[in-house]
Design a protein. Structure first.
Length: 154
């Protein structure tokens, strides 16, 4: 089940645990020791201003989370993370579909991921995102920004 998740002192620790597990996998994939989201603290998440969508398992465990912001009808996907034991089970796709239904009338979407994160790049490309920028963050880590425009029907 996917629903909005309100972050509070009780839920933030579960979100951080999932975030750490998911970004550990991405860091290994990119060949780096850590990524900036792995350094987040509870107070960082509580103050981030993002809207969180969560998919939970039947026993109420977090399966995946997507967070986003909206400014001027443009959606910024801030985090899309799935519990590693649930990779390749459709969680990310369901969270993305929920995002699309949560923000009607969006005029564009943007997301940033590691340039070597082929599973994430394939996921976003499969949903109409195209790379628009790339930048180094530090030695061995480069990020790529992808954007998607709404479909215009003839």
């Amino acid at each position: 089940m996917i629903q909005r998740l309100l972050l509070d002192p009780n839920t933030v620790h579960a979100v951080l645990a999932l975030q750490l597990a998911a970004y550990r996998v991405e860091a290994r994939l990119l060949g780096v020791e850590d990524l900036p989201p792995m350094l987040d603290r509870p107070e960082d998440l509580l103050a981030c201003g993002e809207t969180f969508l969560a998919e939970t398992t039947p026993d109420a465990a977090l399966a995946g989370i997507l967070s986003y912001t909206v400014a001027n009808h443009a959606v910024e996907i801030c985090r899309l993370m799935v519990e590693p034991a649930r990779f390749r089970r459709g969680t990310a796709g369901r969270l993305f579909a929920a995002l699309e239904s949560q923000v009607p009338g969006w005029q564009g979407m943007r997301v940033t991921t590691g340039s070597g994160n082929e599973p994430a790049l394939a996921f976003y490309r499969g949903r109409g995102f195209e790379p628009v920028a790339s930048r180094p963050v530090r030695e061995g880590l480069r990020l790529v920004t992808l954007e998607r425009r709404p479909q215009v029907l003839p």
